[in-house]
Ligand binder design. Sequence first.
Ligand code: COA
Length: 260
Amino acid sequence: MPYENVLIEDGNGVRWITLNRPAKLNALNRAVLAELGSAVNAAGSDGAVRAVVVTGYGDKAFAAGADIAEFVGLDPRDAQQFARAGQAVFDTIAALPKPVIAAVNGFALGGGCELALACHMRVASAAARFGQPEAKLGLIPGYGGTQRLARLVGQGRALELLLTGRMVDASTALAWGLVNRVVEPAELRSTAQGLAEETAAVSPLAAGRCLESVRIGLNLPLDQAQEVEAALFALCFASDDMREGTTAFLEKRPPKFVGR
Ligand code: COA
C-alpha cells in the first residue's frame, strides 16, 4: 500500500517508520494513525525486518499529539471510539514480537508521548520534550497515556505530567526512566539504528518471547507472571535457535539464528 503520511525505509534488517506531517508537527490525525498501524503490521509480517524504529519527520517534532482539529464535533460515544481506535494502533506496536524503538526527535506531546510509550524502548535527541498536556485542553490522554506512563515512570512522576500539563526536557526524561538514552540531535539516527541492529543480532525467536513475557507479565501478579516466563522459557527448548545459540557458544563460534 502506498503511504502518504508515513515514510518507510529499510537498512540492515531495521525498518524505519517516519511520521510525515511536519507542517502540523506530525500530529496524529486519522490518516496518520491508519497508515502507522498498517506500516507496523507490515513490519511485523515481513521476515526481513528484525527491528523497527518509529520517528517523526523534521527536527521539531516526533508528534505533537492527536490532531486537536479532529476533536471538533465528537460526542462522548464518538470520543470513546476515537480513543479505542488509537489504543488499538498503539497496542499493535506494544504487542509486536520484534523490538520497536522510538527515536524521539522533538516534541512528544499527548498522543506523541503515548506513541513513544507504546514502543519498547526510547532514545531521545537532547532537543526532545515530553508531556501530556491534555488536561490543559479539558481532556485526559486517551491512547494509553494514563496507564503506560504511570507504569513506566511511577505514579508520582506520571501525575506530575498529567496534572500540570507541562513538558519535561530530555535530561529529566532520562532521569525518570522515560527514555533509555539521550544523544545530540545529529546522533539520534545512528544511535537508534545501532540499538536496533544490536537487538536484531540476538535470536528473533528469543527477542519475541522476551517482549511477550515482559508485556504479559507486567500486567500480572508476580507468581502468575513467573508462570508465563517459565512456559515461554520452556518453549525455547523446542526451538532451532536455542539449539544453535547454545551449540555455537560451546563451539566458540558466532550463532546463525533462523528465528524458529
Ligand atoms: N493538533 C493539531 N494541530 C497541531 C497540533 C495538534 N496536536 N500541534 C501542533 N499543531 C499545528 C498547529 O496548529 C500549527 O498549525 P498551523 O501552522 O496551520 O497554524 C502547526 O502545527 C505548528 O504548530 P505551532 O503551535 O504553530 O508551533 P509552536 O512552535 O508555536 O508550538 C507546540 C509547538 C508543540 C508547543 C504547540 O504546537 C502545541 O502546544 N501543540 C499542541 C500540543 C498538545 O496539546 N497535544 C495534545 C493533544 S491531545
